[in-house]
Design a protein around this ligand. Structure first.
Ligand code: SF4
Ligand code: SF4
Length: 361
């Protein structure tokens, strides 16, 4: 089974399919994640090139729908992450995570094995051995052996160990803030495949969970639902979203509450380790947008036109359903034997304030 088939299966399980979207669902980098276009990034702070899924790179315009929530590598994910990871092909994602082909020692992403591994006594030892697609590590009696020349920096061992709650393999120091900047570089690569003004960004600050949605343990939302942010500027959209999340109250029982986050604090910095503004400031530096924004809020206002939406019609062109039904009921009146509503009688002994006998107060 090719990668794209697994992805489509996952998408369908999450309710993303042609019928619900009313448009085709495509895996943008093809059958095996290798159908892409290379983009030069001379502006990039870390990446100097990246690879964009061909279906994205060849599109005329794009609307990005981002879910504002936390993330264990980038600390936060919104619209920028949709470009910096979502639009990248397999090799684009690989370098965005700071992995390289060739000598793994060139990359900051290589696994850092610690003394925290109990070896065969670890209850995840078999899972850990099975996690490596290159057979590059093995759990031994009191620890772990690793053959770096076989390693291709796939992160499978780190993810297996860390997400099992163990401490035998972790990431190199400085990995996370550098990965945050790199995914900002890659986002610019995706933007460069579109003409200026041909991408629109929407952040849904709803169910703002501390972790990525792809985890079943994404956690309890750290603040109440805020709303939807829209902009043609990616960084401005992200900054407005982050500022609003930081200004929002903290949900009791969430990890933010457990960590003592206060209203106005940089929530994702405290919850996940680094400020998401590292990515946004770096993105501004390379020309991906501006951290300055003017927030225009829209609250639904009750007008005859808005109210008409409940009558399922276009206010100016079409009579309301109720007005159209008048004709039907008029016909009923003309045909005397049609009695759609027969007169019924209520309980004669009932007094209209009897309901009070049931009122607990
Ligand atoms: S990073 Fe991937 S290839 Fe390298 S040792 Fe870990 S699981 Fe194996
Ligand atoms: S999951 Fe971590 S602690 Fe357990 S065997 Fe693997 S490296 Fe060691």
């Amino acid at each position: 089974m090719a990668i794209s088939q697994y992805q489509l299966e996952g998408a369908i399980r999450h309710g993303y399919n042609d019928a619900t979207f009313k448009c085709p669902v495509l895996i943008a980098d093809g059958y095996s994640g290798e159908d892409d276009l290379r983009v030069d990034l001379p502006e990039g702070l870390i990446l100097k090139e990246t690879y964009i899924g061909r279906a994205v790179a060849e599109a005329d315009s794009m609307i990005i729908l981002g879910h504002a929530r936390g993330h264990s590598i980038t600390m936060y994910g919104g619209v920028l992450k949709q470009l910096g990871i979502g639009c990248q092909s397999k090799r684009g994602k690989y370098i965005t995570h700071l992995a390289h082909w060739g000598d793994p020692h060139d990359a900051i992403g290589w696994p850092k094995f610690t003394d925290g591994c109990p070896g065969k006594a670890c209850k995840f030892a078999q899972m850990c051995d099975d996690s490596c697609p290159r057979d590059a590590h093995k759990v031994i009696e009191h620890g772990k052996e690793w053959w770096p020349d076989r390693c291709r920096l796939c992160y499978s061992c780190q993810v297996t160990c860390i997400f099992s709650g163990m401490t035998g393999v972790t990431f190199e120091e400085n990995y996370f803030p550098n990965a945050m900047i790199a995914h900002g570089d890659a986002a610019l690569g995706a933007m460069k495949t579109f003409e200026k003004g041909k991408i629109g960004f929407y952040n849904f600050a709803i169910d703002v969970v501390p972790e990525c949605d792809c985890f079943p343990w994404a956690g309890k939302a750290i603040c109440p639902d805020i709303g939807i942010f829209a902009s043609k500027d990616m960084i401005a959209c992200e900054m407005a979203t982050l500022d609003a999340i930081d200004a929002a109250p903290i949900i009791p029982g969430s990890v933010a509450a457990e960590k003592g986050v206060k209203i106005g604090d940089d929530k994702f910095k405290i919850v996940n380790g680094f400020s998401p503004r590292i990515t946004m400031n770096a993105g501004e530096k390379i020309g991906s947008g501006t951290t300055q924004y003017k927030l225009i809020t829209y609250e639904p206002v009750l007008t005859p036109e808005h109210a008409a939406k409940w009558q399922v019609r276009d206010f100016n062109k079409q009579p309301a359903v109720t007005v159209r039904l008048r004709k039907v009921f008029k016909n009923h009146d003309l045909v005397k034997e049609v009695q759609p509503f027969k007169r019924t009688e209520f309980n004669k002994d009932w007094v209209w304030n009897n309901w009070k006998t049931f009122d607990p107060k």
